[in-house]
Ligand binder design. Structure first.
Ligand SMILES: Nc1nc2c(ncn2[C@@H]2O[C@H](COP(=O)(O)OP(=O)(O)OP(=O)(O)O)[C@@H](O)[C@H]2O)c(=O)[nH]1
Ligand SMILES: [Mg+2]
Length: 221
């Protein structure tokens, strides 16, 4: 496969209680629009946007899930295969803040440990906040997640959320690729040692073709 044909894509699930602004955030990010209307998501929606990280084109596939509990059984199925997650809550909704633990658990049950970010949305309404910044920071710390404060309405920090997750995924991919490279090098050294024992011959051409076979292809998702 040629390198140009390799496409990097990241599946991101956006979870959190109903009304915290998940659909608004995705719409803002993918279409650059915002509306004051609230139409609850039924089940799951999907949108995507292409960005560039470290000179690589990355397709971010965003899965917008319903926050209402009645849809839990449906949305759960869509968590599978997600490589990153937004845990969203609203500045003006205490229940949505308390529910962060549950959302994290639900996603990890399906996906294992993946990069996650806590998003405190609606910071334009900070004067009506139902949680203090210290509470939010300490919960983020306990959950082991980076925290980003957004206002989808005023277009504050939305781009940063997905850029952060994409670069986290990028690091994970590079790590995996490096591990594969390390494994290959280990295998190569083992084979080399065995062969050295059998034939005390070090033909440069032979060694070169073996290395070629061990070359690691770029990580594809
Ligand atoms: N003030 C303010 N309102 C917001 C913001 N983001 C979203 N909203 C409003 O919050 C309401 C709910 O937004 P949605 O994006 O539909 O919420 P949701 O999380 O997708 O809700 P479900 O689909 O039910 O899970 C809408 O009326 C939005 O206009 C924000 O940053 N500030
Ligand atoms: Mg929605």
């Amino acid at each position: 496969m040629h390198e140009e044909n390799i496409e990097l894509a990241i599946k991101v699930v956006v979870v959190g209680n109903g009304g915290v602004g998940k659909s608004s955030m995705i719409q803002r990010y993918c279409k650059g629009i915002y509306t004051n209307d609230y139409k609850k998501t039924i089940g799951v929606d999907f949108m995507e946007r292409q960005i560039e990280i470290n000179g690589e084109d990355i397709r971010i596939m965003l899965w917008d899930t319903a926050g209402q509990e009645e849809f839990d059984a449906i949305t759960k199925a869509y968590y599978r295969g997600a490589q990153a997650c937004v845990l969203a809550f609203s500045t003006t909704d205490k229940n949505s803040f308390d529910a962060l633990w549950d959302w994290k658990r639900k996603v990890e049950n399906e996906c294992g440990i993946i990069p996650m970010v806590i998003v405190q949305n609606k910071i334009d309404l900070i004067s009506c906040a139902v949680v203090t910044q210290d509470e939010v920071k300490s919960t983020a710390l306990k959950l082991g997640c980076h925290l980003i404060r957004t206002s989808v309405k005023e277009d504050i920090n939305v781009v940063q959320v997905f850029r952060y997750l994409a670069s986290q995924c990028f690091d994970v991919m590079n790590l995996k690729a490096n591990n594969t490279l390390l494994d290959s090098n280990k295998q190569y050294n083992q084979i080399q040692r065995k062969r050295d024992k059998r034939i005390a011959l070090h033909s440069p051409a032979y060694s070169c073709s073996l290395k070629q076979n061990m070359k690691v292809k770029k990580c594809v998702i």
